[in-house]
Design a protein around this ligand. Structure first.
Ligand code: HEM
Ligand code: CA
Length: 360
């Protein structure tokens, strides 16, 4: 039973090690910055070089193969990495299934819509075939997200490896600490700050909302009766309001709970097929751009997104990124590296799961 207890006290916190993101030349991430970033980390560059030399290639080729038939896996896996790393670090806690000792994060209401678990399982079984018992699910999650960022037109960033898998999942922490789509700016800032991200990095990471889909249930509260006013959210652009309304019909909006992340049994489940697609103009230079430009026009889909325009610093970075794609790409690469490195478990802690949804 002991091995199923949370192991947070023994993990490595290296987000204290801030990266000098201002010092990069346009379009690339310098190697010295990477070395600085990882200097206190027990992860290693190309950790699997001897034990499973093709590990990263296997991750990449599986993603490349699957995304041709299922392009939606790209945003899904980026989101999955955020959801894993934000809750007790990048330890694959998000992947564990319900079990006698496990209270699975994937089944907590805020994670109800998470996708991509099957893709992680396919990558894992390919890796188990090539090198059994070697590559952690925690590494697979962040490596897969990295490859997806590139496929989405975002920057490539190097990642050290050697993360090990945790033996617990933390559904309660998801409910208490994951920022809600209805959160206001101070709540979002506090949540990111507690994980070592400043406001600039927070604005950067939210640029991932440029791609993927957002289910109507997460923003319907803004369309008709915002905070019990019988009016829409005043921060929404009127034209955009009509676009959103036409996608999500009024009856369901009125019956949708406005509390943070409604449960599976709420009336909002009636509208689960309705969603907004965010990547209509996807291209290399557009990765992130549309998101920030939308916020400038009052066209953020989630209340939490539009909140970035309410703070002096966050608004400043929204403006910056909306007009400077290469700055955004550099910052996004660095922020994703930092996210992928949160609270990692390294030897002798943790384990290597054979099946990502079950503790070893
Ligand atoms: C304040 C913080 C955040 C909130 C409140 C939030 C909330 C949400 C919500 C409600 C959705 C829609 C899910 C659905 O309809 O299935 C979503 C989608 C998404 N989120 Fe976030 N998110 C946050 C931060 C992030 C971060 C930091 C990342 C990545 C670095 C991220 C990546 C994504 C992606 C890629 C999608 C699209 C998923 C898909 O299409 O499958 N989010 N987010
Ligand atoms: Ca985790």
């Amino acid at each position: 039973f002991d091995q199923h207890k949370p192991t947070t006290t023994t993990t490595t916190f290296n987000f204290i090690n801030t990266i000098p993101i201002h010092s990069f030349s346009s379009g690339s991430v310098s190697l010295s910055a990477i070395n600085n970033h990882y200097s206190q980390s027990l992860l290693q560059y190309d950790f699997y070089r001897d034990s499973c030399p093709h590990a990263e290639r296997i991750v990449r080729s599986t993603i490349h193969r699957l995304h041709k038939t299922t392009p939606s896996l790209i945003p899904a896996l980026i989101r999955l990495a955020f959801r894993d790393c934000f809750i007790q670090g990048c330890d694959a806690s998000i992947l564990l299934d319900d079990d006698i000792y496990i209270d699975p994060e994937k089944e907590s209401p805020p994670n109800g819509n998470l996708k991509g678990f099957d893709v992680i399982d396919t990558i894992k079984s390919n890796l188990e075939e090539a090198c059994p018992g070697i590559v952690s699910c925690a590494d697979i999650v962040v490596l897969a997200a990295r490859d997806c960022v590139v496929l989405a037109g975002g920057p490539f960033y190097p990642l050290n490896t050697g993360r090990r898998d945790g033996s617990n999942s933390f559904a309660d922490i998801v409910t208490d600490e994951l920022p809600s789509p209805y959160a206001d700016l101070s709540q979002i800032i506090a949540s990111f700050k507690s994980r070592g991200f400043d406001e600039r990095e927070m604005v950067t990471l939210l640029g991932a909302h440029n791609i993927g889909v957002i289910n109507c249930k997460f923003f319907k509260n803004r369309l008709y009766n915002f905070s019990g006013t019988n009016e829409p959210d005043p921060s929404l652009d009127p034209e955009f309001l009509n676009v959103l309304r036409s996608r999500c019909n009024e009856v369901d909006a009125l019956s949708t709970s406005t509390s943070a992340y409604t449960s599976h049994t709420s009336p909002s489940s009636l509208i689960k097929e309705q969603e907004i697609t965010m990547d209509s103009e996807k291209s290399v230079s557009n990765f992130g751009m549309l998101y920030y430009r939308s916020l400038l026009q009052g066209k953020g889909v989630l209340y939490a997104d539009q909140q970035l325009m309410e703070g002096e610093k966050t608004k400043y970075w929204v403006h910056k990124y909306a007009s400077n794609p290469s700055l955004f790409h550099q910052d996004f690469a660095m922020a994703m590296m930092k996210l992928s490195d949160l609270q990692v478990l390294t030897m002798p802690m943790g384990q290597i799961r054979r099946t990502c949804s079950k503790v070893a």
